[in-house]
Design a binder for this molecule. Structure first.
Ligand code: NAD
Ligand code: WQD
Length: 332
């Protein structure tokens, strides 16, 4: 299995789940948002050798070399840029990186007869549909170029699968992955100031940030703060293994979430209770582009993949904190 973006947050955890399930893994990553060290760490966790190519997966020649060197049975395409705010400032970078890489990879699959392709999509493609989000919903425009790259890649892959009947595509729409592998060795370590809630919370707990800014408490939710479907990254990783095992010809779309909504204040409280720490926070203005509420309908993945998320929010908080305590941040 070729895992692009396999040095990143979800990619490293998925490599572990794949190897545990008996798959052989080859990783390609240009390390633009990750470190070689994370590859070394998951090799240590799994006590195994993993071929690693430090390449840009938009580079067709470099990608072809991997297809020539290895007998691949599929591609899981995680590689992509994912910072929503940056995508508004640098849309062409996002369209080029995320869309071109997908085209290059899918064309290599067709050329080399590799018939399974799993794509990292996002709940963001649902826009502000009514919750819970169901796979059959029409996609609504997203508020940023990052989300558009996901919707565009979904359409490209759908058209290509239609034109190539032996090709199987899984479009996996992730909700909000948090937490870390239970070893505490790998997890999410963003560069600079975190955009996402959980890494911000763990950095406040560690004393790296004074307080958490909570973006709005006047949403129509249980306590006024934003509600999301947080999913443990290892559950998400195992969802990929289930998707690969179930792969049928054509295009299949699955939500990977828990089906449960948790508010910002609920997550903060769960983190404090799980770890015996205090998280200082202040309520500030809403963040532009944020939804009040986002959670998944998870019935399709349960029925067709036989997969459900097993780990609860307390486990997510404990695992995120264990990893944070082990992590040295640079340039903060
Ligand atoms: P990440 O940044 O930790 O991992 C992505 C990896 O891809 C990084 O290691 C980066 O160096 C690599 N990469 C980026 N562009 C590349 C290129 N052109 N060539 C080679 N390598 C490249 O992010 P993640 O959280 O692990 O996300 C993985 C995928 O899942 C992304 O496509 C992201 O858009 C998608 N996704 C993430 C979330 C989330 O909340 N983390 C939610 C929904 C979807
Ligand atoms: C969660 C909640 C914030 C930070 C983003 C992308 C999405 C997907 C996942 C890739 C919201 C609140 C956050 C903070 C806060 N990525 N918050 N203070 O916005 O659901 O999704 O990441 O596909 O595309 O948009 O996740 O973790 O940023 O926010 O109050 O410092 O926490 O308002 O309610 P989000 P998030």
């Amino acid at each position: 299995m070729l895992v692009t973006g396999g040095a990143g947050y979800i990619g490293t955890h998925t490599c572990i789940a794949l190897i545990e399930a008996g798959h052989t893994v080859v990783v390609a990553d240009n390390l633009c948002n990750s470190k070689r060290e994370s590859i070394e760490k998951f090799k240590k966790i799994m006590n195994t050798h993993i071929p690693f190519y430090e390449i840009d997966v938009s580079n067709r020649k470099a990608v072809e070399t991997i297809f020539e060197n290895h007998q691949l049975d599929g591609v899981i395409h995680f590689a992509g840029l994912k910072a929503v705010g940056e995508s508004v400032e640098k849309p062409s970078l996002y369209y080029e990186n995320n869309v071109v890489s997908t085209l290059v990879l899918v064309n290599c699959c067709l050329k080399f007869g590799v018939n399974r392709f799993v794509f990292s999509s996002s709940a963001t493609v649902y826009g502000d549909n009514k919750v819970p989000f169901v796979e059959t919903m029409d996609l609504l425009p997203t508020t940023n170029p990052y989300g558009e790259t996901k919707a565009i890649c979904e359409r490209i892959l759908t058209d290509i699968a239609k034109a190539n009947p032996s090709f199987s595509v899984s479009l996996l729409r992730y909700f909000n992955p948090i937490g870390a592998h239970e070893s505490g060795l790998i997890g999410e370590a963003p560069n600079g100031i975190p955009n996402n809630l959980m890494p911000y919370i763990t950095q406040v707990a560690k004393g790296m940030r004074d307080y958490l800014s909570i973006f709005g408490n006047d949403y129509p939710t249980i306590d006024g703060t934003g509600v999301r479907d947080y999913i443990h990254v290892m559950d998400l990783a195992e969802g990929h293994v289930a998707a690969i095992h179930a792969m049928l010809q054509g295009v299949h779309i699955y939500n990977l979430g828990t089906g449960q909504g948790t508010s910002v204040l609920q997550l903060v409280k769960a983190f404090e209770e799980a770890n015996g720490v205090t998280i200082r926070y202040e309520i500030v203005e809403r963040r532009p582009g944020d939804l009040a509420c986002c959670y998944a309908d998870v019935e399709k993945a349960r029925q067709e993949l036989g997969w459900i998320a097993k780990r609860d929010v307390v486990t997510m908080c404990k695992d995120a904190w264990r990893f944070e305590k082990n992590t040295l941040h640079q340039g903060v």
